[in-house]
Ligand binder design. Structure first.
Ligand SMILES: [Zn+2]
Length: 454
């Protein structure tokens, strides 16, 4: 007995804005996406989504919802988070507000974090992202082997537990950040162990190494040995001479790894002359590398040592898109020493991207929507996420009707679906439809404090 979900009067900003649509899913899979011809469909069975209680469709039944012109996007994908660090700010401060102090303070605090605490932070921040419409997350994880293997593995074990518990609701990819200040044989072996335990790919931040190129070689060799993708923090610096992105691109071409390598940040591209940046962007495009901009964290962290005029630190968004590089906008850090703000809301990140990259024309606004939905799926190697027959019915419905309204209002009210099942309605702050999610939310939230303790 199939359960059928039909949603009428849906606006589809990334598909065709000239008409409203009717979407149909059977047993959690899209079966049709139709343009509506003529006036709406008066139907006594039609329930306005605003008045729907979030229940159903049940087996053997058809649920007909009226979206009343609200906009739908494929469920969002956050290509770069740090779930293990989220909500750590009350315990780990950052007086200077610099990246260097954030790295130093966090790394010395790591041994004091129990696996239970890390687990609660990962759970809470993942649920926070889901509540905003995200159903796929790539998280980087700190991996401080210098504090001993047991400490390094805590974040991996905690993240693997949360990944398994939330598997029906969100796809999580885990990238341990191999320590590029000291990329020893022991560290590489620990990284291989994390991958055998279930981590997704190799991470790191080679631009902070005194010898970035040999470290990049080692990261590629590890990914080759383990048969996994790479996602490196790249050139998160205002120094225009930091250019590891070019080396990563050449390595990617040498290995023939188009689609397997991701670079995040790329701040130095914004500090160098147009011609030099153009050359590096050309290499990234040629290599088939995915890129991620983290505009919230970089507007906050970069430019700290500049006298006025102060650089903004956000990479060259428009140029990367024009070159055909799949460029995602992502959350990065949430309420931690790297970035005190944020809540895992990709619409908020899209708005910050639009400000930082001067993107506000109708075409720009739609390009930014792709940076939080379609491009991150490409970067993360995810398929079958669009609103098309045959794909899972993962989507988010916003209380706004056009892309312009989405960014003007950044509506809190959203309905989030995964495989045709509503996870959260727009009713209240955390109106989880499933008791298991409400339980996880309360449980993890109890451990999270926004007050500085003792
Ligand atoms: Zn990061």
């Amino acid at each position: 007995m199939k359960s059928v979900l039909k949603i009428f009067n849906v606006s589809m900003p990334l598909r065709d804005e000239s008409m409203l649509h009717t979407l149909t899913a059977e047993d959690g899979v899209w079966t049709s996406v139709e343009r509506q011809v003529g006036e709406g469909l008066p139907d006594p069975e039609l329930v306005p989504v605003d008045r729907w209680d979030g229940v159903g469709p049940e087996s053997g039944r058809t649920l007909c919802l009226d979206a009343e012109g609200k906009a739908v996007l494929p469920a969002l994908a956050d290509a770069h988070m740090h779930l293990d660090k989220a909500f750590s700010l009350p315990k780990v401060g950052n007086v200077s507000g610099t990246l260097a102090e954030a790295i130093a303070n966090y790394s010395s605090a790591v041994p004091a974090f129990s696996k239970e605490e890390l687990r609660a932070r990962i759970m809470r921040s993942a649920l926070q992202a889901i509540s905003c419409g995200t159903t796929a997350i790539r998280t980087h994880l700190d991996f401080h082997v210098r504090h001993g293997r047991e400490v390094a593995m805590r974040a991996i074990e905690a993240a693997l537990e949360v990944k398994e518990e939330l598997a029906p609701y969100v796809s999580m990819q885990l990238f341990p950040m191999l320590p590029c200040y000291d990329l020893s044989e022991e560290a590489l072996e620990a990284g291989a162990e994390a991958l055998r335990m279930g981590a997704t790919g190799v991470g790191g931040a080679p631009h902070i190494s005194p010898l970035p190129e040999p470290d990049i070689d080692k990261l590629f060799a590890l990914a080759d040995r383990m048969g996994c993708p790479i996602d490196v923090h790249t050139d998160e610096s205002d120094n225009p001479n930091i250019r590891t992105a070019a080396y990563v691109a050449r390595k990617t071409m040498a290995y023939g790894w188009a689609g397997k390598v991701t670079v995040g940040h790329l701040c130095s591209l914004a500090a160098m002359p147009d011609e030099d940046a153009g050359e590096i962007i050309g290499l990234l495009a040629e290599a088939g590398i995915g890129a991620v901009t983290l505009p919230g964290a970089n507007l906050y962290l970069q430019g700290r040592s500049d006298p006025f005029p102060v650089r903004r630190g956000v990479t060259r968004v428009r140029e990367l898109l024009a070159a055909g590089v799949p460029l995602a906008a992502a959350s990065d850090n949430i309420h931690d020493p790297f970035h005190p703000f944020g809540k895992g809301d990709l619409l908020q990140i899209g708005l910050i991207t639009a400000y930082a990259a001067h993107m506000g024309s109708p075409a720009d606004i739609r390009a930014v929507l792709r940076m939080i939905s379609e491009h991150p799926a490409t970067v993360m190697g995810l398929t079958g996420r669009g609103i098309e027959p045959g794909n899972d019915a993962d989507f988010v419905l916003f209380d706004a009707s056009t892309p312009e309204e989405l960014f003007a209002m950044v509506p809190e009210r959203r309905w989030v679906w995964r495989q045709g099942r509503c996870l959260k309605t727009a009713g209240s702050r955390a109106d989880w439809r499933l008791p298991v999610l409400a339980h996880h939310w309360e449980d993890a939230s109890e451990r999270i404090s926004f007050r500085k303790k003792g």
